[in-house]
Design a protein around this ligand. Structure first.
Ligand code: ADP
Ligand code: MG
Length: 339
């Protein structure tokens, strides 16, 4: 497709994210329906061109578990990314409409995400960096695919600089400033699976007593998962040690942004949440006995706090729950057409 903005007729708004908005569009010359993501990027023309170049890698990503890419172009002051339209939307929207998702379906979601992550990493050395229910999409053929992976380092930087993203799916090691690895995505998958199976974000309710975590929805989008380096204000020996050894200008820039955030009334709650993720035990698929043992065990391994102990997506493809899900008779097409 030779994509130009004039050829794309906007049909419907699909959603708003932190980085921009997504619209259902028709490519008029071909009649092809697409999802157009519009990302506002406050960056120099040279950086924007670099982002566009980096996005071209997506042309080479071909997997049943990855959203297809049709092209990207600049449309001042935005970057538009055109991708496969998924008519049942994202899993967050689905569970918010129909309630907790059946564990057999959640098993298939886990399988699809692991296949997608393994493909991205094995074939392209790409780490996703933003696994969460709103980046897992579903269509009426019953396919489950992931989108919004971190192909462009420059795009990651540009979006991070506007301080967007969700912090709540972030792994303990990321909060403490460690580099992103495929295992950070596994943590985010674990949190997402609990959210789908329970029909609510896992850091809430029972955690609310020790800190003010009950209204997490309000906290989303305040800290960036992409931003390398440690997040500010989290006490803890490992973080302190890190901060001492990191002295670049970039880090200082980050620091000042972090501090200015503390002016807001929510800051302490955000920091409390991040602190909670680092210091308290990980959430689990509860109550005990409600879900299959294999599912509980799978989620427990995703949420091992030490990344050295946590398996990779490829390791997890051999987990018994995933084997089971592969062979399960659940009809995803029927499921996707039941709501
Ligand atoms: P976020 O992922 O943080 O919600 P995005 O801007 O990435 O923000 O997406 C906004 C919403 O648009 C998503 O929640 C999803 O429901 C919808 N969406 C994104 N991409 C597609 C797509 N390819 N097909 C259908 N819906 C999409
Ligand atoms: Mg998204």
């Amino acid at each position: 497709y030779d994509l130009r903005n004039e050829d794309l007729k906007e049909l419907q708004e699909l959603g708003q994210g932190n980085g921009g908005s997504v619209k259902k569009v028709r490519h008029v010359p071909t009649g092809k329906i697409m999802a157009k993501k519009i990302v506002l990027i406050d960056a120099k023309p040279s950086v924007r061109k670099q982002i566009l170049r980096e996005l071209q890698i997506m042309h080479d990503c071909h997997s049943d578990y990855i959203i297809s890419f049709f092209g990207a172009f600049l449309s001042d002051p935005n970057i538009c990314i055109c991708m496969e339209f998924m008519d049942k939307g994202s899993l967050d929207g689905i569970y918010k409409r129909i309630g907790a998702i059946d564990i057999e379906v959640v098993g298939r979601v886990a399988l699809a995400v692991l296949e997608g992550l393994t493909y991205l990493y094995d074939v392209h050395r790409i780490i996703h960096r933003d696994i969460k229910p709103s980046n897992i999409l579903c269509n009426s053929s019953g396919q489950i695919k992931i989108c919004d992976f971190g192909v462009s380092g420059e795009l990651i930087n540009s979006i991070a600089d506007t301080f967007v993203g969700t912090s709540t799916y972030m792994s303990p090691e990321r909060i403490q400033g460690a580099q992103y690895t495929v295992k950070s995505d596994v943590w985010s998958l674990g949190i997402s699976l609990i959210e789908l199976a329970l029909g609510r974000f896992p850091f809430s309710e029972d955690d609310a007593s020790d800190s003010d975590l009950s209204d997490l929805e309000d906290l989303e989008g305040t800290l960036s998962p992409q931003r390398p380096g440690s997040l500010l204000g989290i006490p803890g020996p490992s973080l302190r040690r890190k901060e001492k050894s990191e002295k670049t200008n970039k880090k200082d820039k980050r620091k000042s942004k972090g501090v200015s955030l503390q002016g807001g009334g929510m800051t302490m709650s955000i920091l409390e949440l991040l602190q909670h993720i680092v210091n308290e035990s990980a959430p689990r698929l509860t109550p005990e006995g409600r879900f299959p043992k294999e599912a509980e065990n799978f989620v427990d391994s995703c949420l091992l706090k030490d990344p050295d102990e946590r398996p990779t997506p490829k390791d997890l493809l051999n987990h018994s729950w995933i084997e089971q899900s592969r062979n399960s008779p659940v009809d995803l097409e029927a499921w996707a057409n039941s709501f």
